[in-house]
Design a protein around this ligand. Structure first.
Ligand SMILES: [Zn+2]
Length: 625
C-alpha cells in the first residue's frame, strides 16, 4: 500500500508564482476553492492526523497473519484501506492549503507532518506486499471463493501476485537492491555535464548581437524569424554536443546496459517488457504505436509540406520547424467566460458530464486566480475520495487558461466518476490512462473553438496550434520511442553500442520520419547528434511514448464519438468510471478503441488530415484574394 504514498509526494513541486501581486483575501470567494469541504478547520485536520499516527502502528500487528485465512487477510486489508483513505484525504488538505501560499510556514509545517506520517506508513506496511506475494496462487483463489468481500482487493492482490515470476529469493533481492546505489549514475553524469560543465557555444546573430547558447537562449533563438540565425543556433548547439559524442554515447550506453541487467536478472525477455510491466502493459502496445506511426508518415509529410507553404519556403529544413506556423491571435476570457465556453464545448459528453461540470463551478472545487506566493502551474487532484476533486489554476484571461482548465477538468471528472463508481482501493487510475480524459477535453474544446471562430485568422490559429501539437507529440515523441527501443535492442542482442552508432541510428530514424530523401524536410548532418541533447533517454525508462499514446487515444475516442454518437459516448464512460478496476488496455478497449489495433492511429490521422483540409481551405481563400 505504500506505493500510493510516493505518487502523492511526487505530485507537488514547490515553485511559487513569482508574478502575482494580488493578495489572496482580495479574491472573491467564488474564484477560490473551498477546502472546508475536506475539513472545517486545521484543528479537525490535526485530529485525523493524530488518529492516523496512533492507528498506523496497529497495521504492524497483522504481520505474519496475511496468509493464515481469508478472514485474516480481509481484516488486514480493510483496516489498512480505511487508514490509507484518510491519509490521502488529510494529505490533499495539507498540500492544497500550503499551495495557496508557499510563503506561509505554518502551512508548510502541516505538509511536513504528512511526509513524516507517510514515511511511517511506508515502514509499518513494508511487510505487506512481500507477505501477500508469499501466499500461493491456489490459496489466494480459495480465499476469494470463501470471502466475497475480498473482491474489492482483487486488482491490488493481482498486481502483487503477478510479479511472482519476476521476484527473486530474499538473498538475491538484497544483492540486486544494493546496486540501487549506482543505478542513477549515468543520469547524474549527464545532468552535471548538461547543466554545468558543457561549454556553451557562442554565436553572433545577424543583428550583431553575441549570444551564449544556454538552454533558455537556445529555445528562444531557434524560433528566430531570421532564417540564417535559426540555422546557426541549431547547428552550433548540436555540434557542441557532437564534440562529446563518444563520451555521451558511452554514458547512455551504460544506462541502457543497466536497464538490461536489471531486466535480465528479473527474468524479463527485454528491458521494454520490464519497463511496461509496472502498468501491466504488453509490449505490443509499444510496437503497435511505432509500426502504425511509421505506416502513417505520409500524414507527417503533408504537415511538413503545409508548413513549407505557410512559411513561404522553397525548401524546408529541420531548423525551420520551431518557427510558429501561425501568428498568435489574442483571445481574451474571464473566468466566467471560460467556464461557459467549456459548458458548451463539452456538451457532446452528455448531460451527466455537464451537470457535474456545473457543480464543480458552483461548489467551488477550483482555485482560479494567481495570488502572492501561490504555487505556479495547474493540477487536479482526486485524492479526497469521500469529498470531491480539486483543481488549482493560475488564470491569465487567455485561451491557454481555458485550454488548461479543460485539461484539468478532464482529470477531475475522471476522478469524480471513478471515485463515485469504484471502491477506494480501485478508484485510482494508471499513468497510462491518466491523460486520456484530459486530452478528450482539449480535443472537444479545439473543435468547438474552430466551429465558433470569429474570423478565419482565429480559426487558422487554433487549427495551426493543434496541428503542431499533433506533429510534435505524436511523430516526434514516437521517433524518440523508436530510438530508445533500437539502442536497447542492440545491447540485448549483445552488440556493441557507441556514440557513433547512436548517431547513425538516430539520423536514420529522423531522416525517415521527416521524409528527407523525398524532399519534405531536409535533415542536415548535425541533426545526428540531437539524441544527446535529450535528457529523457537518461532520466526515464520507456516513458515518453505515453505522451504520444495519450494524445492518440484521446483524439481517437473523440473521433469515435463524433462518428458513432451516443453508444460511443456511453462507452467512453467505461474509462471515466473505471478507475483502476481493470488493466489499462482493457479499459481503453471497453471505451471503444483497441490499443493493439491500427485503429487509434488511423482515427487520429483522419483527424489530422481533416485539420489540414480546413487550413488549406482558408489559405486557398486568402491566396485567391
Ligand atoms: Zn494532465
Amino acid at each position: 500500500m505504500h506505493k500510493i504514498l510516493l505518487t502523492i509526494a511526487l505530485l507537488f513541486f514547490l515553485t511559487n508564482n513569482a508574478f502575482s501581486q494580488v493578495e489572496r483575501d482580495q479574491v472573491e470567494d467564488k474564484h477560490k476553492w473551498n477546502l472546508a469541504d475536506i475539513y472545517p478547520s486545521v484543528e479537525a485536520w490535526q485530529a485525523d492526523v493524530d488518529m492516523l499516527n496512533t492507528e498506523v502502528e496497529k497495521l504492524g500487528d497483522f504481520k505474519g497473519t496475511l496468509g493464515e485465512s481469508s478472514e485474516s487477510l480481509y481484516k488486514a486489508l480493510s483496516f489498512g484501506n480505511d487508514l490509507v483513505k484518510t491519509l490521502w484525504q488529510s494529505w490533499i488538505y495539507a498540500s492544497n492549503l500550503s499551495n495557496e501560499n508557499l510563503n506561509i510556514s505554518e502551512n508548510q509545517a502541516l505538509l511536513q507532518q504528512m511526509r513524516a506520517l507517510g514515511t511511517k506508513f511506508g515502514e509499518v506496511t513494508a511487510y505487506m506486499e512481500p507477505e501477500i506475494l508469499q501466499i500461493p496462487k491456489e490459496k489466494i483463489e480459495q480465499f476469494f471463493a470463501e470471502k466475497p468481500e475480498l473482491a474489492d482487493y482483487d486488482m491490488y492482490i493481482d498486481n502483487i501476485q503477478r510479479l511472482r515470476e519476476h521476484t527473486l529469493t530474499e538473498a538475491e533481492e538484497k544483492i540486486l537492491a544494493s546496486f540501487g546505489l549506482i543505478a542513477g549514475n549515468q543520469n547524474e553524469v549527464y545532468g552535471i555535464f548538461n547543466n554545468a560543465e558543457k561549454p556553451f557555444p557562442k554565436v553572433t546573430l545577424s543583428t550583431g548581437e553575441e549570444v551564449e547558447l544556454t538552454a533558455s537562449a537556445y529555445s528562444k533563438y531557434r524560433t528566430a524569424e531570421n532564417r540564417a540565425d535559426r540555422e546557426l543556433v541549431m547547428k552550433s548547439l548540436f555540434e557542441s554536443y557532437g564534440d562529446f559524442k563518444n563520451m555521451l554515447g558511452a554514458n547512455l550506453g551504460g544506462k541502457v546496459k543497466k536497464d538490461w541487467v536489471y531486466a535480465k536478472n528479473r527474468k524479463y525477455e527485454s528491458s521494454l517488457e520490464a519497463a511496461l510491466n509496472s502498468d501491466n502493459l504488453p509490449t505490443a502496445v509499444y510496437s503497435t504505436l511505432i509500426e502504425q506511426v511509421n505506416n502513417n508518415l505520409p500524414t507527417l509529410h503533408r504537415a511538413l509540406d503545409l508548413k513549407k507553404r505557410m512559411l513561404g519556403l522553397d525548401e524546408l529544413h529541420y531548423y525551420d520547424l520551431y518557427v510558429p506556423l501561425v501568428k498568435k491571435v489574442d483571445m481574451s476570457f474571464t473566468v466566467e467566460e471560460g467556464q461557459n465556453v467549456l459548458l458548451d464545448a463539452l456538451k457532446p459528453l452528455g448531460n451527466e458530464y455537464v451537470t457535474v461540470l456545473q457543480k464543480s463551478y458552483d461548489d467551488r472545487w477550483i482555485d482560479y486566480i494567481p495570488t502572492v506566493g501561490k504555487r505556479s502551474g495547474a493540477y487536479s487532484t482526486g485524492g479526497a475520495y469521500d469529498v470531491h476533486p480539486y483543481i488549482l489554476m493560475n488564470w491569465t484571461d487567455d485561451f491557454e487558461s481555458v485550454s488548461t482548465l479543460a485539461h484539468e477538468l478532464g482529470h477531475t471528472m475522471h476522478s469524480y466518476f471513478s471515485n463515485k463508481t469504484q471502491p477506494f482501493v480501485k478508484s485510482d487510475y494508471a499513468t497510462f490512462v491518466a491523460e486520456i480524459a484530459s486530452t478528450v477535453n482539449e480535443n472537444l474544446l479545439n473543435d468547438y473553438m474552430v466551429a465558433n471562430a470569429k474570423s478565419d485568422e482565429e480559426k487558422l490559429y487554433i487549427l495551426g496550434s493543434y496541428l503542431e501539437l499533433l506533429r510534435t507529440t505524436i511523430f516526434r515523441q514516437t521517433s524518440f520511442a523508436e530510438f530508445e527501443w533500437e539502442i536497447h535492442k542492440k545491447v540485448e542482442a549483445g552488440e556493441p553500442i557507441t556514440g557513433e552508432g547512436m548517431c547513425e541510428i538516430y539520423f536514420d530514424i529522423v531522416k525517415r520520419y521527416y521524409g528527407h530523401d523525398a524532399g519534405h524536410c531536409v535533415v542536415d548532418d548535425y541533426i545526428q547528434y540531437e539524441w544527446s541533447y535529450i535528457p529523457h533517454f537518461l532520466g526515464y525508462n520507456y516513458y515518453v511514448f505515453q505522451y504520444a499514446t495519450s494524445l492518440i487515444y484521446g483524439t481517437a475516442l473523440v473521433e469515435n464519438m463524433m462518428e458513432n454518437g451516443q453508444p460511443a459516448v456511453d462507452a467512453y464512460y467505461n474509462i471515466l468510471k473505471g478507475g483502476g478496476s481493470k488493466y489499462s488496455p482493457e479499459l481503453i478497449k471497453d471505451a471503444g478503441i483497441d490499443p493493439m489495433s491500427p485503429e487509434p492511429v488511423q482515427l487520429t490521422m483522419q483527424k489530422m488530415n481533416r485539420v489540414m483540409d480546413q487550413m488549406e481551405e482558408i489559405l486557398g481563400k486568402t491566396e485567391d484574394n
